[in-house]
Design a protein around this ligand. Structure first.
Ligand SMILES: [Fe+2]
Ligand SMILES: [Fe+2]
Length: 166
């Protein structure tokens, strides 16, 4: 009975992908919170608010949805926080040294979102037509991460935009 709907999916790859995504959500949630309380300067307030809103979504929506899926698949969550960081696929891009470098904080987050987007695309490809429950999860999270990336991009200065593409 159990896991009957995911028979066609490589179970090992599926649990690895879900665990890595779970870890990525925690890592992003942590660094977004850190960013919200570290950035400084005249626009820091508005930017911090956006980071806190996204941190909340990573931790209280995404990480929870993935945990529920892992529980359904009878995959245990890492019991050691260090191990959680190690299985993170994206880790986190380098943070700016200068707390006033608002573009630098945003660029790190945009790169983190791009890594998450890649991860959910891969999860979608792995499950497409085989495991509809995880496939739907991947689509929903992919939509959220694309929106996060767009929101972060809109907060970049013109110079920041050049730094990102250059
Ligand atoms: Fe997320
Ligand atoms: Fe995100």
């Amino acid at each position: 009975m159990r896991k009957e709907f995911v028979k066609q999916v490589d179970e090992k790859r599926l649990s690895q992908a879900l665990l890595a995504a779970y870890a990525d959500e925690w890592v992003a949630g942590y660094y977004y919170t850190l960013t919200a309380y570290s950035i400084q300067g005249p626009v820091a307030g508005e930017i911090a608010e956006n980071f806190l809103k996204e941190a909340k979504e990573e931790l209280t929506k995404h990480a929870i949805m993935i945990a529920e899926r892992l529980q359904s698949l009878e995959v245990e969550l890492p019991r050691d926080f260090k191990a959680l960081f190690e299985i993170s696929r994206c880790k986190y891009p380098e943070l700016p040294q200068d707390p006033f470098d608002v573009d630098g904080w945003l660029i790190a987050a945009i790169k983190a979102e791009e890594c998450a987007i890649e991860g959910y695309k891969e999860l979608y490809e792995l499950t497409h037509g085989k495991d509809p429950v995880t496939e739907r999860l991947a689509v929903e999270l992919l939509e959220d991460e694309v929106r996060h990336r767009t929101e972060l991009m809109s907060l970049l200065s013109e110079e920041g935009l050049k730094r990102l593409v250059g």
